[in-house]
Ligand binder design. Sequence first.
Ligand code: PDD
Length: 284
Amino acid sequence: MSRVAYVNGRYVPHRHAQVHVEDRGFQFADAVYEVIAIRNGAFIDEERHLARLARSRRELKLAAPMSDAALKLVLRETARRNGIRDGIVYLQVTRGAAPRDFAFPKAAKPSLVVTSRRMRIADPRLIANGIAVITLPDIRWKRPDIKSVALLPNALAKQQAKEAGAFEAWQVDADGNVTEGTSSNAWIVTAKDEVVTRKADDSILNGVTRLGLLDIIAREGMRFVERPFSVAEAKAAREAMLTSATNGVLPVVKIDGKPVGQGKPGKLALKLAAAYRDFMDGAA
Ligand code: PDD
């Protein structure tokens, strides 16, 4: 089956899908996006993704390209035309194409691009083995709570992780506290079996998986606190993990080359990874 993309009102062959050279997403990263997991044909936590998209747009005074109801149809049709029942749908809204000028154009129409591709969501092998992270300074702008496509610092950090043989890079603020991964949220479990993740303020993206896992933790009556944690605390933690739409919950077994806990996936991380997978399977 050949791939298809949705671009501004048309479904086109993926290899010919294009936006204008003066699209502000291309020129200024003046755009927001979402990545939604599809599992057994179900769109996982779609409402929360669309609510976050609307918030990101509002923060940037970016108009909606269409209603949420219409957008849901386009997301489904794009997945359907690509034959995707397990993978992701990616959507990006830009301020549109206009002669290059930093200030907002008066008459630009927002662009909407949607793609979909197969992917192994919450890969069981990664969950079973756990993954390694490195830490490095968080050099991003001060509003990572907005899911904008201005992802160059994230891309540079991920590349550094890859070159170090790690799966993810945890970014660290000026106080030595972990903010989040390049495309995931960061968590630890303390010696008292308390689950810790940073509060969702301006310094991180409020992950949809993060919110889903918080629901599960509350339901299970587990000990939990939202607060910053330092790199030193993470390295000394009993367990560590990360969350994202594409990975679900993944145990972190190494930080900067040093084992976390026993150097294998922790008991709570595995329990939460399984609970999150059950939640996704229940959506189908
Ligand atoms: N990234 N933090 C950052 C910086 C992210 O880019 C992401 C998601 C997350 C986790 O959010 P969620 O649980 O809603 O996926 C946290 C997506 C998957 C991406 O850019 O591919």
